[in-house]
Design a protein around this ligand. Structure first.
Ligand SMILES: Cc1ncc(C[n+]2csc(CCOP(=O)(O)OP(=O)(O)O)c2C)c(N)n1
Ligand code: SF4
Length: 244
């Protein structure tokens, strides 16, 4: 599929999408649409969204969708998967939802090797509520709640995939991609979802994504912050890949 065309699984009635211009989440989701098409899972997939900008995608795909409170998407997804094991459950959440308020859910889902796929957007802030500090905010990065920049006393940038790689079984799939690398992220999604389809267990892809509105950056500055500054702290690649 050309990178400019819409995925087949896209809900044609809900266009244009609701994300801000230049948002990395919209790109990450377009790539997810292609993964859904290529894996041919549209009819058996359940798409779960959190609260946060991830919620803006609730009507993006022509698939069945569930949604709940901030940080609670994973227990909802796990419950759904237990009730309907044949469903392919893909959960989409932010770094606030996954690494802060919902951190215990992420840890427990990963430790139990629950067979769902989690896609977590790392945009280094709480975007929907106005750009507050998130666990992933870089040191010295300014946010509305760290106007002078994040200090070490406010904690180090949180490395989710690295932590999950330590606590998961060998058949879990753990990776970090970036929304600007279409083909690489597509392959990561396909491997992660295949891990669930083939019955191996938990899979997780963190995606570095631009948030120009809260970063107060133009197009080039947004790309530079994501691809250079963030990727320096959050290395891109597969940390655990049972399919290799
Ligand atoms: C239980 C609960 N606590 C707090 C909120 C307020 N809230 C809504 S979105 C959000 C931040 C979301 O940030 P993140 O998960 O990083 O997603 P992003 O908006 O950056 O995509 C918060 C705190 C809420 N809706 N529900
Ligand atoms: S606030 Fe940021 S993350 Fe949310 S839609 Fe806009 S650019 Fe995307």
């Amino acid at each position: 599929m050309p990178e400019t065309a819409l995925p087949k699984s896209w809900n044609k009635e809900s266009k244009p999408h609701k994300f801000c211009p230049g948002c990395g989440q919209a790109l990450a989701l377009k790539i997810l649409g292609q993964a859904i098409d290529e894996l041919d899972i549209q009819k058996k997939m359940i798409y779960a969204t959190d609260i946060g900008c991830s919620l803006l995608s609730w009507s993006m795909f022509n698939v069945d969708t569930i949604q709940t409170h901030h940080g609670r998407t994973l227990p909802l997804s796990v419950g759904f998967k237990k009730a309907k094991p044949e469903a392919i459950v893909v959960s989409f959440t932010g770094d606030g939802g996954g690494y802060a308020i919902g951190a215990q859910h992420l840890l427990n889902t990963a430790m139990r090797n629950d067979p769902i796929t989690v896609i977590l957007i790392n945009n280094a802030n709480y975007a929907m509520t106005g750009g507050q500090l998130a666990p992933t905010t870089l040191l010295n990065q300014k946010t509305t709640t760290a106007p002078k920049g994040r200090e070490l006393a406010q904690g180090k940038p949180f490395k989710g995939p690295e932590m999950l790689a330590q606590i998961t079984s060998e058949d879990a799939h753990i990776a970090r991609g970036i929304s600007t690398n279409y083909q690489q992220l597509l392959e990561m999604y396909k491997k992660a979802i295949s891990n669930q389809i083939e019955g191996r267990g938990f899979s997780f892809v963190e995606v570095i994504a631009m948030c120009p509105v809260n970063w107060h950056t133009d197009a080039q500055q947004s790309l530079d912050f994501a691809e250079i500054e963030m990727a320096k702290i959050y290395p891109i690649g597969e940390l655990k890949c049972p399919q290799k």
